[in-house]
Design a protein around this ligand. Structure first.
Ligand SMILES: Nc1nc2c(c(=O)[nH]1)N[C@H]1C(S)=C(S)[C@@H](COP(=O)(O)O)O[C@H]1N2
Ligand SMILES: [Mo]
Length: 262
């Protein structure tokens, strides 16, 4: 499977170059401008935007990530990144089994809402067995249960100007003085994708603290770092340049792609 996704990624990148050629037909110099590291490349169109465009065009907005059989879950979900947030507000909630947890959904919405864990667990759910691919080079197949984010969006009703869902987390990541809040964002197409769920269950049990309790998001067509754990708030925005370092994600702020399509 790993080989398939690597091949697919190469294919998408190649197609992205093709797409760019179509957009800029007649521009003889475009090939050399596409060379990695060429300064014009970034201003013209980032490879990241092209990957997004190619994936959307070739696979469609609603194409599903592959789902697996129970027998393909070979081991527990390997924890990565933050595995036990130390922030006082998180520790207090955890010590009380998240009975007082509230997920806030606000920003550019008509009806801001706040959901307890029980409320989320009582909403229509979706269960999916998918493969999580971390950028560090490992993968794990696990079963996830949660509320489709689309259901929540239908309730809060994003305003016409809303473009992204920002996931704010409880944990800071990175050591010492450089530690900063973990956050992520996706556009509304990925937010409404049928496999995008706010997961409270993993492998038929409550989501463990090490994997993001009480709620983490699953964005199945992107890399692992998009799947924010320890959600405290989902904010609808039209732009994220004012948030943190302005790139829309903890790891994008640290040089990774914002769109991490696989
Ligand atoms: N809040 C938060 N979310 C996070 C991270 C993190 O450190 N903090 N790490 C990310 C990375 S790089 C990966 S691969 C996955 C790991 O999820 P897991 O611990 O369930 O394996 O969570 C992602 N979401
Ligand atoms: Mo990761």
């Amino acid at each position: 499977m790993k080989r398939f996704s690597i091949r697919r990624r190469k294919f998408l990148t190649a197609s992205a170059a093709g797409l760019a050629g179509v957009t800029l037909a007649g521009c003889d110099q475009f090939d050399s401008l596409l060379r990695p590291g060429h300064p014009v490349r970034d201003t013209l169109a980032s490879a990241n935007d092209l990957t997004l465009a190619a994936q959307r065009l070739l696979l469609g907005d609603e194409a599903l990530a592959k789902e697996f059989a129970e027998s393909e879950i070979r081991q527990g979900m390997r924890p990565n990144g933050t595995t036990d947030p130390e922030q006082a507000d998180y520790v207090a909630l955890r010590d009380n089994d998240f009975a007082d947890y509230q997920l806030v959904v606000d920003g550019l919405v008509e009806t801001p809402q706040s959901y307890s864990l029980d409320q989320l667990r009582n909403m229509p759910s979706r269960t999916q067995i998918t493969r999580h691919d971390c950028v560090e080079g490992w993968s794990c197949i696990a079963k996830w249960t949660g509320v489709p984010l689309a259901t929540i969006l239908d309730e809060v009703r994003p305003t016409a100007g809303a473009r992204y869902c920002v996931f704010h987390c409880f944990d800071n990541y990175g050591g010492g003085l450089s530690a900063s809040p973990y956050y992520e964002s996706v556009d509304l197409i990925d937010a409404r994708h049928p496999q995008t769920i706010l997961a409270y269950g993993m492998n038929d049990a409550a989501l463990p603290v090490r994997n993001g309790a009480p709620i983490r998001v699953r964005i199945e067509r992107q890399l692992g770092y998009k799947m924010a754990k320890y959600l405290r708030r989902i904010e609808l925005v039209d732009d994220f340049s004012q948030l943190h370092r302005g790139k829309g994600s903890y790891w994008a702020d640290h040089g990774y792609d914002w769109y991490a399509g696989i």
